[in-house]
Design a protein around this ligand. Structure first.
Ligand code: GLN
Length: 197
């Protein structure tokens, strides 16, 4: 199982470390079309979503990402990555993939609030997940295929639609491996289904 972490901006090495600890055989930075074509799962880290969208276009990565995700390859976006994967972004006309039927509110905890830590209740986790938010978005207006995995008063902070997983927070900056393990389980199922086909 080989996971790629999109290395245009953001906490790339932290995701790679967490993925390895969580049980990935290999986790590598990816920034070229052929690299993305060869991984079994892709993580899009945080950063600044407008800039990352521009870089995805500039590096010609939109088509390969669309193709792989439409084939069922799991993708996980944290923070700016969540924004890029969503269908709608309130108040901003910027690049997005539209893989998960959510409306994003950017900087939803207030621009002045740089970071925030919340013990989240997460569907399927038996104890709270200590989550770190940095100028984080939230989701709202989930489509009917969206499974909301965690929500706070400001909105949705963890959600999944089929092979697309998003979190408004940064599990790669903490110690808890459960979110990365959840993603690796999605990848394992994807690989298993592919064997059957
Ligand atoms: N505030 C950033 C944006 O709206 C996201 C911040 C992050 O990824 N930590 O693009």
């Amino acid at each position: 199982m080989k996971i790629g972490v999109l290395a245009l901006q953001g906490a790339v090495s932290e995701h790679i470390d967490m993925l390895k600890k969580a049980g990935a055989d290999s986790a590598v930075p990816v920034r070229k079309e052929e690299e993305i074509a060869s991984v079994d799962g892709l993580v899009i880290p945080g950063g600044e979503s407008t800039t990352m969208g521009r870089l995805i276009k500039a590096f010609n990565l939109e088509d390969v990402i669309r193709r792989r995700v439409s084939e069922g390859m799991p993708v996980y976006g944290t923070c700016a990555g969540m924004i890029l994967l969503a269908s709608r972004i309130e108040g901003y006309d910027q690049f997005k993939f539209g893989f998960i039927d959510l409306t994003i509110v950017r900087n939803a905890f207030g621009r002045q609030v740089d970071s925030k830590e919340i013990d989240l209740n997460v569907k399927g986790f038996d104890t709270p997940f200590h989550a770190i938010f940095i100028r984080a978005p939230v989701g709202k207006e989930p489509g009917e295929n969206v499974e909301v995995l965690s929500e706070v008063p400001e909105g949705i902070v963890f959600a999944r639609q089929e092979n697309v997983l998003v979190s408004a927070f940064h599990p790669e900056l903490g110690q808890d491996l459960r979110v990365h393990k959840y993603f690796l389980d999605m990848v394992r199922k994807f690989l298993k289904n592919r064997e059957v086909l």
